[in-house]
Ligand binder design. Structure first.
Ligand SMILES: O=P([O-])(O)O[C@H]1O[C@H](COP(=O)(O)O)[C@@H](O)[C@H](O)[C@H]1O
Ligand SMILES: [Mg+2]
Length: 575
């Protein structure tokens, strides 16, 4: 069907939901906007389906949410009755339409007789992951667009282990979703009737309590926290999202008493009024925290994204300014702390594993190796880290030590199976307390790791290409890398190149070996000085991402090298 035909069907709907009708009326004379909204259904990417809120099959609205849920429900109809009746746990963030979408999903499941457990109010993504496991539900749905700007929303599907569904399962569900071709014919049950007959259960603090009980496991050195936690000053911002309530409780129960939430960002706000990109990867996320931090002389500032699965941090330096840490650095600091503590306590397992993505730093891997811990590399997407954890649990092959991605996501204890900024907040505060006790800060700790393991620097460059044309430009750029085969970057020779789509690695001598990972549109180059460069289209935003990981003789030298490689990448793109 052409996009014009699809659009006509939507436009002719007599009782289109008012917010959808309103959006359609806005773009009715804008051919480009209409085409973008109707030319293709949303794809299931790195983290489920994510898109602009609005009218169309390429947009987040009650109809596309119904369609996705109908696909899941039809799939669940094929299961035995007992499994099906385990139901689906549902949570949502602070965005426009998030709560509506969550209940809409429950109504679709209800029409199939599938029970749902929906939070009474917004809750973090990691808590939803936890809830699936805790309630022994068969699946989970999280309505969120994470850190994207306010115009977006999204839909993540979780499997029974509490992890986002890996490709095989999500492809299967996607097939069921694609079969739902009439979005307007999806049956929905009445919300109140479902609540009355117990098919839809509203859940809340009873689940929070069990999550928090589990979160106690994150603290390693209770004495240290009890001592330093009283005086260490923290500023914490949930960036208008879901992280405030659990973040505050988790910090408090661990023993951190002196923390303040950035007041302007403490309350959930779908407009993200004080920060356009509520993403701890961006310095903008720290603007207000830094202001407050300076006035309070806070030791550490922590920002978590609106669905509370990403975390960034800034450290107070002796001159009163704040130094931002990257996700890779935070992971290295946390890992070093965990492994050091376990070694000291004599319970460092012989089969420990760090799980990280192929575009994340080798810094933490170097720390791991020093402790005899293996670093396992997986594709981008926390679901692949969770998949490893599940595998460890089934085979006892490894003991899970830490999982992380460069994009500011970490998991410490596997009672959650997605990245968890609440756990990370508690652990990072403890790591900061550890250094504080020695008269140092996290940045000093980082310098110690650099001295021991090498000066690592990383940079992620994300270029935005919006709309249909943008998507094509991203494809063209990927094709350019494949066709023109870069032989060097900034004068450093490429000694091996990996193409994860072709599952092959080729070295300079032309030897080809297989890569044992699922196929994915990623290219990675290894240079003669140990630098690596990777490129891939984002699976959550209209962006192409370049990743650089390098080392130098000093921090400044490593950073300068990063800049050079960034320029080389830009030259290659333009050339
Ligand atoms: O956005 P979040 O916090 O849900 O995070 C999601 O997106 C990140 C970036 O993915 P991409 O580079 O494909 O955009 C992934 O690393 C992460 O695993 C995924 O859960
Ligand atoms: Mg997020």
């Amino acid at each position: 069907m052409s996009w014009e035909e699809t659009y006509t069907i939507w436009n002719k709907q007599p009782d289109l939901a008012p917010e959808v009708r309103e959006d359609l009326d806005k773009i009715v004379n804008d051919k480009e906007a209409l085409e973008d909204a109707f030319y293709t259904p949303m794809e299931f990417g790195t983290a489920g389906m994510r898109g602009l809120i609005g009218a169309g099959i390429n947009r987040m609205n009650i109809y596309t949410v119904r369609q996705a849920t109908e696909g899941l429900a039809r799939f669940m109809d094929t299961l035995d009755e007992e499994t099906k009746l385990r139901g689906v746990a549902i949570s949502y963030d602070s965005r426009h339409m998030s709560q509506e979408f969550a209940f809409e999903a429950a109504r679709v499941l209800g029409a199939h007789g599938i029970p749902s457990f929906v939070f009474e109010s917004l809750r973090p993504t990691p808590e939803l992951s936890f809830t699936v496991r805790h309630l022994h539900a068969y699946a989970g749905i999280m309505i969120t667009a994470s850190h994207n700007p306010k115009q977006y929303n999204g839909y993540k599907i979780y499997g029974e282990d509490g992890a986002q569904m890996p490709p095989k399962e999500s492809d299967m569900i996607t097939n069921y979703i694609r079969e739902v071709d009439d979005l307007f014919a999806v049956e929905v049950a009445d919300k109140d009737a479902l609540i009355n007959d117990g098919t839809l259960k509203v859940i809340g603090s009873e689940v929070d309590e069990v999550y928090l009980e589990n979160a106690k496991e994150v603290t390693i050195d209770r004495e240290l926290v009890a001592e330093e936690g009283k005086t260490m000053k923290l500023v914490f911002t949930p960036l208008h999202g879901t992280g405030g309530m659990l973040g505050e409780k988790a910090l408090r129960q661990a023993g951190f008493e002196d923390f303040t939430m950035v007041p302007e960002q403490a309350m959930p706000d779908p407009e993200f009024s004080t920060v356009e990109h509520p993403n701890p990867e961006f310095t903008e996320a720290f603007d207000l925290a830094i202001k407050l931090g300076k006035s309070q002389k806070a030791d550490l500032l922590v920002a978590v994204d609106p669905d509370a699965d990403r975390l960034g941090a800034a450290v107070r330096q002796p001159d009163g300014e704040y130094e931002l840490l990257t996700g890779n650095q935070i992971a290295a600091l946390m890992l070093n702390y965990i492994l050091t503590a376990r070694k000291k306590a004599g319970n460092l397992p012989a089969n420990g594993a760090l799980v990280k993505s192929i575009v994340s730093s080798e810094f933490a891997a170097k720390v791991a190796a020093d402790f005899g811990v293996e670093a396992i590399n997986v594709l981008t997407g926390f679901k692949f880290i969770a998949e490893q954890i599940q595998h460890f649990e089934e085979t006892n092959e490894h003991s899970f030590m830490l999982g992380f991605e460069e994009s500011y996501g970490y998991l410490i204890r596997p009672f959650v199976r997605d990245k968890d900024a609440i756990q990370s907040l508690v652990l990072l505060a403890e790591v900061a307390a550890f250094y504080k006790k020695q008269g140092k800060n996290l940045y000093d700790g980082l310098q110690e790791l650099f001295e021991k393991y090498g000066y690592f620097a990383e940079k992620t460059i994300a270029l935005t290409f919006d709309g249909i044309e943008g998507a094509q430009e991203i494809k063209d750029l990927m094709a350019k890398f494949r066709q023109e085969l870069p032989t060097d970057f900034a004068g450093y020779k490429v000694i091996a190149a990996e193409d994860y789509q072709a599952s092959s690695r080729q070295d300079a001598a032309g030897n080809v070996t297989a890569i044992n990972l699922p196929k994915s549109n990623v290219l990675k180059y290894f240079l003669e000085d140990g630098t690596w460069i990777a490129v891939r289209p984002s699976g959550t935003e209209p962006k192409i991402k370049f990743y650089i990981g390098t080392q130098g003789d000093s921090e400044a030298d490593a950073q300068a090298k990063c800049e050079k490689f960034e320029k080389a990448i830009n030259d290659f793109i333009k050339g």
